[in-house]
Design a binder for this molecule. Structure first.
Ligand code: SF4
Length: 294
């Protein structure tokens, strides 16, 4: 009984966060067909479950089609997802495409295969979306994934770039949405455990998770442990970007700044980092004469 209450609370929180993300980024419109990518991991099971629940009470009418790509990895339990999806009563497609052999033949033994594998998978997903007439593609990435990607790009690719909640595909044909963008991995993991989803492990291919991603995960876990709420804070920061306090000349006209200009263009004023106490002290210094030495 206790566990079922906890599960209901988790479900409510996940649905509320997902609903908010969908509304904030206008992820789903009336008449949309959304292809929901199901890998067999905790995130995609949760995504499908939450989207199905939200569709029941959404103010707009949209269609969901679940999709799993069977990449022909050795040991992949091909019967699990069709059985699960049929029982759920959702429209679904299972796509058979042996990307595993392609990856194995192209990447030398011992090297990380994930980037080629994901590119191939993306191609199959986009093709399937076209075939089933889906205009949106929903992926199960959550808030922690987005923050980890930010740090990966920052520390290993020297770019201030994360993983957006909504994205136009390169060919412009589809919009990729990440409805779990406001959900924490912790909530999803607890929910998936409670729901006892038939999880299919992600490492059947034998590939090691990207080493840099592992390091970022460990770094954020450590920060969150020592200073709880850091992942949430970093995600919030992604929604409050201040171009005048970065250094990208394409985002802010630094060349055009002149004395006598409009201070309002400097979003956040001339304080670089202003913890509250300092912000409170500064006004009290107004009018105190300066001791200037020649
Ligand atoms: S872990 Fe294996 S299946 Fe998953 S992306 Fe990497 S190579 Fe592909």
């Amino acid at each position: 009984m206790e566990q079922s209450n906890t599960l209901q609370r988790l479900r409510r929180r996940l649905e509320s966060n997902t609903g908010k993300a969908i509304a904030d980024y206008r992820m789903i419109d009336d008449g949309d067909t959304v292809l929901v990518c199901i890998s067999g991991g905790k995130d995609s099971y949760t995504l499908l479950s939450v989207l199905m629940a939200l569709r029941e009470r959404a103010p707009v009418d949209f269609r969901l089609i679940a999709m799993n790509l069977d990449q022909k990895q050795p040991g992949f339990p091909a019967e699990v997802l069709p059985g699960y999806l049929a029982k759920l009563g959702v429209d679904y497609r299972i796509v058979d495409q042996d990307t595993y052999s392609i990856v194995r033949s192209k990447i030398p033994e011992g090297k990380t295969t994930c980037s080629l594998c994901s590119r191939l998978r993306r191609g199959v997903i986009y093709r399937t979306a076209k075939e089933v007439g889906a205009n949106k593609i929903a992926l199960g990435h959550h808030r922690d994934d987005i923050v980890h990607t930010l740090f990966l790009n920052l520390l290993f690719a020297a770019r201030l770039k994360a993983m957006p909640p909504k994205l136009l595909t390169d060919d412009g044909a589809h919009v990729v949405i990440r409805p779990l963008a406001y959900c924490s991995e912790k909530d999803i993991a607890r929910f998936a455990r409670g729901m006892a989803y038939p999880i299919i492990p992600c490492n059947l291919c034998g590939s090691q998770d990207n080493l840099q991603r592992q390091k970022i995960r460990a770094m954020m876990a450590d920060w969150d442990h020592r200073y709880p709420g850091r992942t949430e804070a970093v995600f919030s920061a992604l929604q409050k970007v201040v171009p005048s306090h970065l250094a990208d000349q394409t985002l802010f006209d630094f060349q055009g700044l002149r004395p006598g200009g409009d201070p309002a263009t400097m979003d956040g004023g001339d304080l670089v980092f202003d913890p509250a106490p300092l912000g409170e002290i500064l006004p009290s210094l107004q009018g105190v004469p300066l001791a200037v030495r020649a």
